[in-house]
Design a binder for this molecule. Structure first.
Ligand code: C5P
Length: 222
């Protein structure tokens, strides 16, 4: 779980993963949703250096929580987490990468993702089809409408074999490519992770408006 971001786009003093929604920090919702699933053995959380907000969990839901120090970009944080996996995690073990700022992940989506990634050598990601009409901007006017057919929004978790993801992230970082999700690093190797349609309410909290929506979803257990 990459959780080393400062939440620049959200603003405010507290990194967004520590904002409270339905009585718990976003990151706690995200961690519990993962760890409650029987297919998940434990979590490595990548934290900002000297993060004063981390509550210090060593376990949650009866499963181990290990921490490491993340890096400047998301890929650096995920790579640090992969390198901090316990030695008994096999090279070809499936690892899931999930945003700390996605508090509303359902067990059924985790199950579907694991099923797909188990049979697809290139891995799999949760994703949702684009619903809105897409406009290409030219300054502040519309240049044209982009066809949305075949376009998906990448969600998390994203699941890959440990050794493949390690190789992909190392290559992206060596090439100084900023990858905004893990699948993008895999795609750069010429591989094709599978799209697994997930729930659209698996939202990433990016703006204050998202926080209200998350509060609504989590407080009613919707
Ligand atoms: O900023 P954004 O919403 O894309 O961040 C997605 C996730 O990646 C968050 O959980 C954030 O904490 C994490 N991240 C990280 N290390 C960075 C940047 C982002 O762990 N350098």
């Amino acid at each position: 779980m990459p959780a080393a971001g400062s939440g620049r786009r959200f603003g405010g003093e507290l990194p967004k993963q520590y904002l409270k929604v339905a009585d718990k920090p976003l990151i706690e919702h995200a961690l519990r949703s993962l760890l409650a699933h029987p297919g998940i053995d434990g979590v490595v959380v990548a934290l900002a250096a000297d993060d004063p907000h981390w509550p210090g969990w060593a376990s949650l839901c009866g499963k181990p929580v290990v921490t490491c120090t993340g890096g400047a970009e998301r890929a650096d944080s995920v790579l640090a987490a992969l390198r901090s996996l316990p030695v008994d995690v096999a090279n070809d073990a499936l690892v899931l990468v999930h945003d700390a700022a996605r508090p509303n992940l359902r067990g059924e989506d985790i199950s579907h993702l694991i099923e797909s990634a188990s049979v697809c050598a290139d891995g799999a990601i949760l994703a949702a089809p684009v619903r809105d009409t897409l406009k290409r901007a030219s300054g502040d006017v519309i240049a044209h409408t982009e066809p949305r057919t075949g376009l998906w929004r990448a969600l998390t978790p994203q699941a890959f074999r440990r050794d493949l993801l390690l190789r992909a992230l190392e290559a992206a970082i060596a090439d100084q490519m900023i990858v905004t999700d893990e699948a993008m690093a895999i795609e750069r190797l010429g591989l094709h992770p599978r799209l697994v349609e997930g729930r659209e309410d698996n939202l990433k909290v990016t703006t204050p408006a998202d926080l209200l929506l998350a509060e609504f979803l989590l407080s009613q257990g919707a």
